[in-house]
Design a protein around this ligand. Structure first.
Ligand SMILES: NC(=O)c1ccc[n+]([C@@H]2O[C@H](COP(=O)([O-])OP(=O)(O)OC[C@H]3O[C@@H](n4cnc5c(N)ncnc54)[C@H](OP(=O)(O)O)[C@@H]3O)[C@@H](O)[C@H]2O)c1
Length: 338
C-alpha cells in the first residue's frame, strides 16, 4: 500500500486530519501483551500512509501510553494531530478503581501532567473523557476553554455525551469532535448525539469501531482472550451473549466476501458512509491496532463503498446485540439519555 488517504476537517475550525485515525490505547494496556517495537513501527507507518489523528488518553496505562507515543509525536510535531483526554482517575492501590473528575482544578492539573508526559507544549485536541454530573458542564468546559486561551490546547472535544450535553458545551466553546463508541454493533450515539453533532458541525470520531476486535472475527468469546484482557469483563463477549453476538458477525463477513474485503474493512466503510446518512460534516474512525499489517488492512477501508442492499443487510444487526458495552454503564451517555 503506497497512496495516502484523503483529509477532512474536525469541526468548523478544527484541524485537518486523515479520514481514518489511529487508536493507540491497546499499545499500552487493555488488550493483552504488546510488542513495543511493532507498536512504534505502526505509528510511523500510519503517518506515512496519511493517518494524522493519533488518539491517546491520560488513563491508558496510567500515563504510559502518552509516554510511549511522546517521542513519535515530537519527531513529527507538524504533521501529527495529537488527541488526548482527561477525566478518569485511577488509584495505584486498586487497579479496578475508576473515578470520574471534571472539576476545573482537576482539568488544569490533568493537562499539565499530560503535556509533561507527552513532552510537548500544546495538545491539538483535548477531550473530556467522561462526564461527571457532580460538576456543571459549563464550568468544566469553561475550564477547558481557558486552556485554549492559555495556549496549552488547540481544540476541544467530548466523549460519551448526549445531544443536549453537546449543545450545552458547544454554547460555551466550539467543540471540534465528539468521540463516542459507534459501530455496526453500537448505535446508541445515533439517538441524540449524532443529530446534535450534524446540526452544530461537530465531527464524529467513533471509538471501538471494530467492536474492540469482535466484528473482525478475531475472537468469538472472551474466554479465548488472555487472562488480563479487559474484554473478558465485557458482557457482550461472555457466555450466551457472546454466542448470539458471534452469529451477528456472519452478515458482515458475507458483505466483505462480496467485495474481496475483510470484515474489519466493511465495519470501517460502514462508519465512513454514516457521514452522508446523518448529514455530518466528518466521521473519522480511530481503529486501534498495534500492528502494521492490520493498520494497512484497516486503511484499505477508505477505498471501499458499500451498496444500498449491503447497508440494508447490516442495518438490523445492532438491535439484535445482547449484553452491555461495559459491565458498568453508569458513566456512558446511554445512562443519561432521556
Ligand atoms: N473515548 C473512549 O471512551 C474510548 C474507549 C475505548 C477506546 N477509545 C479509543 O478508540 C481506539 C479504538 O478503539 P478500541 O481499540 O477499543 O477498539 P477497536 O478499534 O474496535 O478494536 C481494536 C482491537 O481490534 C484488533 N484489530 C484491529 N484491526 C484489526 C483487523 N484488521 N483485524 C482483526 N483485528 C483487528 C486490535 O488488535 P491488534 O492491536 O492486535 O491489531 C484490537 O484488539 C482506542 O485505541 C482508543 O484510542 C476511546
Amino acid at each position: 500500500m503506497s497512496s495516502t488517504i484523503e483529509t477532512t476537517r474536525l469541526g468548523t475550525d478544527g484541524p485537518l486530519v486523515g479520514v481514518q485515525g489511529l487508536g493507540c490505547m491497546g499499545m499500552s494496556e487493555f488488550y493483552g501483551p504488546t510488542d513495543t517495537g511493532e507498536a512504534l513501527a505502526t505509528l510511523e507507518r500510519a503517518l506515512e500512509l496519511g493517518v494524522t489523528l493519533f488518539d491517546t488518553a491520560d488513563v491508558y496505562g496510567s500515563g504510559a501510553n502518552e509516554e510511549l507515543i511522546g517521542p513519535f509525536v515530537r519527531a513529527h510535531r507538524e504533521q501529527v494531530v495529537l488527541a488526548t483526554k482527561f477525566a478518569i482517575e485511577r488509584r495505584a492501590d486498586d487497579p479496578h478503581y475508576r473515578g470520574i473528575n471534571n472539576d476545573p482544578a482537576y482539568v488544569r492539573k490533568a493537562v499539565d501532567a499530560s503535556l509533561r508526559r507527552l513532552g510537548v507544549d500544546v495538545i491539538d485536541l483535548y477531550y473530556m473523557h467522561r462526564r461527571d454530573p457532580r460538576v456543571p458542564l459549563a464550568e468544566s468546559v469553561g475550564a477547558m476553554a481557558e486552556l485554549v486561551a492559555a495556549g496549552k490546547v488547540r481544540h476541544l472535544g467530548l466523549s460519551e455525551v448526549t445531544g443536549p450535553e453537546l449543545r450545552e458545551a458547544h454554547a460555551v466553546h466550539p467543540i471540534a469532535a465528539l468521540q463516542s463508541e459507534w459501530s455496526i454493533f453500537a448505535r446508541g450515539v445515533e439517538r441524540s448525539a449524532v443529530p446534535a453533532a450534524a446540526e452544530l458541525g461537530v465531527a464524529l470520531v467513533p471509538y471501538s469501531p471494530l467492536g474492540r476486535g469482535f466484528l473482525t472475527g478475531a475472537f468469538a468469546d472472551a474466554g479465548q482472550l488472555d487472562a488480563g484482557d479487559f474484554r473478558r469483563h465485557l458482557p457482550q463477549f461472555t457466555g450466551e451473549n457472546a454466542a448470539g453476538n458471534a452469529e451477528l458477525v456472519a452478515p458482515i463477513r458475507k458483505v466483505a466476501e462480496q467485495h474481496g474485503a475483510t470484515a474489519a474493512q466493511v465495519a470501517l466503510a460502514w462508519l465512513q458512509q454514516r457521514t452522508g446518512a446523518h448529514g455530518l460534516t466528518a466521521v473519522v474512525p480511530i481503529p486501534g491496532t498495534r500492528r502494521r499489517a492490520r493498520l494497512e488492512e484497516n486503511l484499505g477501508a477508505t477505498r471501499l463503498v458499500l451498496g444500498e442492499e449491503e447497508l440494508a443487510e447490516l442495518e438490523p444487526i445492532s438491535a439484535r446485540v445482547s449484553g452491555g458495552r461495559y459491565a458498568d454503564m453508569s458513566s456512558t451517555a446511554d445512562a443519561r439519555e432521556v
